[in-house]
Write a protein that binds this ligand. Structure first.
Ligand SMILES: Nc1nc(=O)c2c([nH]1)NC[C@@H]1CN(c3ccc(C(=O)N[C@@H](CCC(=O)O)C(=O)O)cc3)CN21
Ligand SMILES: CC(C)C(=O)C(=O)O
Ligand SMILES: [Mg+2]
Length: 299
């Protein structure tokens, strides 16, 4: 326990996120979707851990994020919160749990805070979600906005496409960002927009932007943990940098384990228990195994 405590760093609060922004220190965010991914993000110094609904695709094997239910999200949030102690904890509001009305959004947000130890929520959408954001933030729940490529709306966007590639698009993005800021968002995720557009929006705001596929001039960055670890092999967006090759490393390790088991080279001596008295081995060998077998199969 003492050793465990020595790894703890100060709790990242909303004030600390704001102070990083004021000091122009980029906010390092990363997703986590279970206990071990929450622990590593914490240990590695991540400021903000997002339990993203991308977990639908990377952890549960769904084709998109829209099939994820509130119960599944709550289940994963609880696991992340058990492992991730220092980072500021934010959860995605799953598709269908916040669009019906501001009241529905607030009720869903309250569940994530009260039942799953989250500290804030994220929702997708721009100016049209301003009243909803206002409802949630007024209740004292920090809200992270998310504009640009909004995966929950990929059907109406025509797929996972880069957004705001024109000046008109950039102006529209800024209007949405400002509406979210005015509604009380503490920060806004900008996903898959050209770097100059993200820079333009970031400079026009007084709250941080967290980029994913939005260049290096945002106030922070976020990636899906399994993407950057090279552990998700279905697709790789252009914005993903693979910092490890977990899929290759892990499947290689497991293939070696399979060979070892087949060859009886695992377990070795050091993974094996001994009897209390060496002499007992001999006594075991003297027992008539054939007789023991007969008596047991005869029941
Ligand atoms: N593993 C994973 N990583 C993610 O970043 C992620 C998810 N899942 N699931 C939910 C959404 C979906 N996301 C995606 C998925 C694909 C692209 C992609 O392939 N984009 C193309 C650009 C297409 C265009 O030309 O407009 C690319 O080449 O990057 C982008 C974002 C982001 N989110
Ligand atoms: C990639 C981030 C922004 C996200 O929304 C998710 O992981 O679901
Ligand atoms: Mg998401």
């Amino acid at each position: 326990m003492a050793e465990e405590l020595s790894h703890q760093r100060p709790k990242v609060t909303l004030n600390m996120i704001r102070s990083l922004y004021k000091k122009n220190i980029p906010i390092a965010s990363l997703t986590a979707h279970d206990f071990p991914s929450g622990i590593v993000a914490d240990r590695a110094g991540v400021d903000l851990v997002l339990v993203g609904d991308s977990l639908a695709m990377v952890a549960l094997g769904y084709d998109n994020t829209n099939q994820l239910t509130m119960d599944e999200m709550l289940f994963h949030c609880r696991a992340v919160a058990r492992g991730s102690k220092a980072p500021f904890l934010v959860a995605d509001l799953p598709f269908g749990t916040y669009e019906v009305s501001p009241e529905q959004a607030l009720e869903s947000s309250i569940r994530l805070i009260r039942e799953a130890n989250m500290e804030g929520v994220k929702l997708e959408g721009g100016i049209e979600m301003a009243a909803t954001v206002k409802k949630i933030t007024t209740a004292g729940i920090p809200v992270l906005g998310h504009i640009g490529l909004t995966p929950q709306r990929s059907a109406s966007l025509g797929g996972f496409r880069v957004q705001a590639r024109t000046v008109t698009g950039a102006r529209k993005l800024l209007r949405s960002a400002q509406a979210l800021q005015d509604a009380g968002c503490f920060a806004i995720v900008l996903e898959a927009v050209p770097a100059p557009v993200a820079k333009f929006v970031t400079q026009a705001l007084t709250i941080p932007t967290i980029g994913i596929g939005a260049g290096n001039q945002c106030s922070g960055q976020v990636l899906v943990q399994l993407d950057m670890l090279g552990s998700f092999d279905r697709f790789t967006p252009k914005f993903v940098k693979k910092y490890a090759d977990a899929f290759e490393t892990n499947s290689g390790a497991i293939a070696q384990y399979v060979r070892d088991v087949k060859q009886r080279s695992f377990p070795a001596e050091e993974h094996t228990y001994s009897m209390r008295n060496e002499d007992d081995i001999k006594r075991l060998e003297e027992i008539d195994i054939a007789a023991a077998k007969v008596s047991s199969s005869g029941m």
